[in-house]
Ligand binder design. Structure first.
Ligand code: BES
Ligand code: MN
Ligand code: ZN
Length: 495
């Protein structure tokens, strides 16, 4: 999708569609007023009939409005004027994006960025608009016998604003577009089935990204991981026929001496549970168990595309978790790269086993901070539902920074406590720790396990089990938390 910014009013623009906003009390945005005046009040008359629902994000498509040069006018509801907040603005933009994605028109002008959202400036509104419109047009290219031709969907979107566009506004739009592209990569990787998206496929994707954006990519195989003593990571791969990979991407946009932000993404390309086998229902969704990894790929792509002046390292431990003759058994004891031993009481708690060795490996980059991203626990969905991702951290300043970034990006987090009191739930009679903590506080004990491997740096853990994909009729990856992580890097790169 191609984005441009233009200043002026919309009535004389010859476009496939003009998008304007209206409020539930019948009042019109400035751009909608300009169209209404050109059409001799026709727009206000049409709206007064009540055809547009009050709820923010409701839409009404109008054609052949007299006095208006565009073929169509899409009116989007902004809800009640006094209730206009981030969510109403974002709902309006997503709805507009959805409508434009199925329109038989080539180009559109969107006049929603001038709407006053409390506490948000024009750069924020444009960045969000570009990201939401571009990601509403995402389609997974499913392999089918007859591939439908994509004849519909607006490819060129112009943002119309009243004032002149400076360089900062162009940057904001470019950032929104780059984040949407990063999300699309994360969604594609998530949506691909596990018989395609294997650890080797992820490694090849990393190499292709490194080639395109000129950053360093290394891939470690089983023998190299054995040499490093990654007994926890390798214990998960034992039952699989596909070889595991440890993928390392180093984007060096900052100065050589700048400590990098290290992102570690869980890359379980399929989680059967292993010998602690999962029940059959919805097990297909465990192809999404590499969405943490996918978000690292997507964020690195976005950062590289934005040419952010910051150093970022992405580390992805990638493997399947399969049962089999060679698979790890409940009760097996393994030694992690850190030297700490682990009694594996449940082979389905495999994410923490691959992450702990990747987190130890992260130390060699002398990180400014480490953030791991993982579809780690079903328990986080019980605790928080599918709205925010779970956040746990060993540093309050980093936690605060991420929470704020979540609000700004709209890709939200909620923090859970990581008190030492939880550590005793992990005690084992046969090793330094067990890999599960019993029935209570499942998301916290998972993070408490990881905390034993992150003592040497500032660290945060994002549990995205509830936010990385949606189930049901609209089943598909969401691309979260690429917006959050990209925004985090943008802000870090700015100081
Ligand atoms: N990948 C799963 C977590 C998961 C489950 C994500 C359902 C999304 C939906 C993870 O590897 C897992 O199986 N966790 C176990 C941990 C338990 C054995 C302590 C869980 O959540 O049940
Ligand atoms: Mn599991
Ligand atoms: Zn898993």
């Amino acid at each position: 999708m191609e984005f441009t910014i233009k200043s002026g009013t919309p009535e004389n623009l010859k476009r496939g569609c003009i998008v304007v906003g209206a409020f539930s009390d019948g009042s019109l945005s400035a751009a909608a007023q300009a169209l209404d005046a050109a059409a001799g009040g026709a727009l206000a008359t049409l709206l007064s009939r009540g055809d547009l629902d009050d709820k923010a994000g409701s839409t009404l498509m109008l054609s052949l409005l007299p006095g208006v040069a565009a073929e169509r006018v899409l009116v989007v509801s902004l809800g009640a004027p006094d209730a206009l907040d981030d969510k109403a603005y974002r709902d309006a933009l997503s709805a507009a994006g959805k409508a434009l994605a199925s329109l038989p028109a080539k180009d559109a002008t969107v006049c929603l960025a001038d709407i006053d959202v409390p506490g948000r400036d024009l750069a924020w509104r444009l960045q969000q608009a570009a990201r939401l419109i571009a990601s509403a047009a995402y389609r997974f290219n499913a392999p089918r016998k007859e591939t439908p031709k994509p004849t519909k969907g607006v490819a060129k979107v112009q943002f119309l604003i009243a004032d002149k566009a400076g360089a900062d506004l162009k940057t904001a739009v470019a950032q929104g577009a780059a984040i949407a592209e990063g999300m699309a990569l994360a969604r594609d990787l998530g949506n691909l089935p596990a018989n395609v998206c294997s650890p080797t496929y992820l490694a090849d994707t990393a190499k292709a990204l490194g080639k395109e954006f000129k950053f360093k990519v290394s891939v470690l195989d089983t023998a190299q991981m054995e040499k490093l003593g990654m007994g926890a990571l390798l214990s998960v791969a034992r039952g699989a026929h596909t070889p595991p990979k440890l993928i390392i991407m180093e984007y060096a946009g900052g100065k050589a001496k700048d400590a990098p932000v290290v992102l570690v993404g869980k890359g379980v390309t399929f989680d059967t549970g292993g010998i602690s086998l999962k029940p059959a229902a919805e097990m297909d969704e465990m192809k999404y168990d590499m969405c943490g990894a996918a978000s690292v790929f997507g964020t690195l792509k976005a950062a590289a595309q934005m040419a952010l002046p910051i150093n970022v390292v992405g580390i992805v431990p990638a493997t399947e978790n399969m049962p089999g003759g060679g698979a790890t058994r409940p009760g097996d004891v393994v030694t992690s790269m850190s030297g700490q031993t682990i009694e594996i009481l449940n082979t389905d708690a495999e994410g923490r086993l691959i992450l702990c060795d990747a987190l130890t490996y992260a130390e060699r980059f002398k990180p400014a901070c480490v953030i791991d991203i993982a579809t780690l626990t079903g328990a986080v969905i019980i605790a928080l539902g599918k709205i925010p991702s779970g956040l746990l951290a060993n540093d309050e300043a980093l936690a605060r920074e991420l929470l704020d970034t979540g609000e700004r990006s709209g890709d939200r987090l909620w923090q859970l406590p990581l008190w030492d009191d939880y550590q005793e739930l992990l005690k084992s009679n046969f090793a330094d720790m067990a890999n599960i903590g019993g029935r209570t506080a499942g998301s916290i004990t998972a993070a408490a396990f990881l905390a034993r491997f992150t003592k040497n740096y500032t660290w945060a853990h994002l549990d995205i089990a509830g936010t990385a994909w949606v189930s049901g009729d609209a089943k598909g990856a969401t691309g979260r938390p690429v917006p959050l992580l990209s925004e985090f890097l943008i802000a870090r790169a700015a100081h």
